[in-house]
Design a protein around this ligand. Structure first.
Ligand code: IMP
Ligand code: MG
Length: 176
């Protein structure tokens, strides 16, 4: 088991981009308080870095969902594995994801938060694969757009590995 991974976005490039997103969010939410919600587990690394770059008041919460799918694609029917600790009623929420792929997970979670009474729900995602979209949804704060290829690192996994890589890369060969 020795996958070969080629780097697509370096730690420096990612850090600079996250600073930019943090600045943008801080401007857009001036005078407001943000409920920053991390979609576990993939968003965890991006979430922590992004939170540090936001200068308006922020409160943290975490949710974990799994989507029923055919194995390769999510279906949009989700199961909550870890519920939020606090209600979102009356809150300005920013949902933080690792990647928007088909868009089904985020669309479903966003809808659920709005039904629970969130005033607004914006979407922040480190990566976006717009060519894979199956439902109409757009991120508000996107790090990088990528083509339809599978990436790992900076929170993203391949069979639960590589989340801790400090960069984003692509697996180019898989030698068992
Ligand atoms: P979707 O937008 O509902 O299809 O689901 C997006 C989820 O699929 C993400 O949160 C990731 O967990 C996973 N995912 C999609 N593309 C990749 C990838 O390239 N690498 C790692 N995980 C991915
Ligand atoms: Mg995920």
């Amino acid at each position: 088991m020795a996958d070969i991974i080629t780097e697509l976005f370096s730690e420096e490039i990612i850090t600079a981009k996250i600073r930019e997103l943090g600045r943008q969010i801080s401007q857009d939410y001036a005078e407001k308080e943000i409920k920053l919600i991390c979609v576990l587990r993939g968003a965890s690394v991006f979430y922590a870095e992004l939170a540090k770059r936001i200068t308006v008041p922020v409160r943290f919460d975490f949710i974990s969902v799994s989507s029923y799918g055919d194995g390769t694609e999510s279906s949009g029917r989700i199961k909550i594995r870890k519920e939020l600790d606090e209600p979102v009623e009356g809150e300005h929420v920013i949902l933080v994801e690792d990647i928007i792929d088909t868009g089904r997970t985020l669309k479903t979670v966003r809808q659920m938060l709005l039904e629970r009474g969130a005033v607004s729900v914006a979407l922040a995602s480190l990566l976006d694969k717009p060519s894979r979209r199956k439902v109409q949804i757009e991120g508000d704060y996107i790090g990088f757009e990528i083509p339809d290829e599978f990436v790992v690192g900076y929170g993203l996994d391949y069979q639960q590995r590589y989340r801790n890589l400090p960069y984003i890369g692509k697996i180019i060969s898989n030698q068992e």
